[in-house]
Design a binder for this molecule. Structure first.
Ligand code: URA
Length: 210
């Protein structure tokens, strides 16, 4: 991926995103929409997975047919909201390994604090896709990517639903080698670190907490 930021402007993505932003959307619909959008975004973030060919026989003749090359996928959910994006990707790539990074945002400093880290072995040989719906300040995203690099990952992508310009800039400064794929680049962060216009607290909306 050459671009640092890819905004997926496909009409289905944009339509579903509007439904998700709407505060009247139920928890069940929000969760379902997130899963569906994630699949569409996953299509984009996996676009450059290497292919090889395999000789197969169709009912009519033999052919050299494209098939994914050996490079394995590791999906890493940035807790807790990242979990809402796991199933969508796993439906497309069921053999992916899954890791979790637990970081919470200190409400006052907005800085990330780590409380959990468990990732598959052999990250250096995998395409690693970190998922978190909201790229806000970028502090926790950059910290999560730091941890993944410390664990050996070299080929990392960041998949989110919404990005704020501040978060994109922070990621570009800290991890220019990590492409970001998102459904929207929103206007800005507010004073509490929420993305505007955004969709509110993604974790609360998908899990029905508040
Ligand atoms: N996390 C969220 O869930 N929402 C935001 O707007 C920013 C961070």
């Amino acid at each position: 991926m050459n671009e640092h930021l890819t905004v997926v402007d496909h009409p289905l993505v944009q339509h579903k995103l509007t439904l998700m932003r709407d505060k009247g959307t139920s928890t069940a619909s929000f969760r379902q929409l997130l899963r569906e959008i994630t699949q569409l975004l996953a299509y984009e973030v996996t676009r450059e997975m290497p292919l090889t060919t395999r000789t197969i026989e169709t009912p009519l003749e033999e052919m050299e047919a494209p098939i994914l090359a050996g490079k394995k996928l590791a999906l890493v959910s940035i807790l807790r909201a990242g979990n809402g994006m796991l199933d969508g990707v796993l439906e497309l790539v069921p053999s992916a390994r899954v890791g979790f990074v637990g970081l919470y945002r200190d409400e006052e400093t907005l800085q990330p604090v780590q409380y959990y880290f468990k990732v598959p072995e052999g990250l250096q040989d995998r395409l690693v896709i970190a998922v978190d719906p909201m790229l806000a300040t970028g502090n926790s995203s950059a910290a999560a990517v730091d941890l993944l690099k410390q664990a050996g990952a070299t080929d990392i992508r960041f998949l989110c639903l919404l990005a704020a310009p501040e978060g994109v800039a922070r990621m570009k400064e800290a991890h220019p080698d990590v492409p970001i794929v998102t459904a929207s680049l929103d206007r800005a962060l507010n004073s509490k670190g929420y993305i505007m216009p955004g969709l509110g607290d993604a974790g609360d909306r998908m899990f029905g907490t508040k």
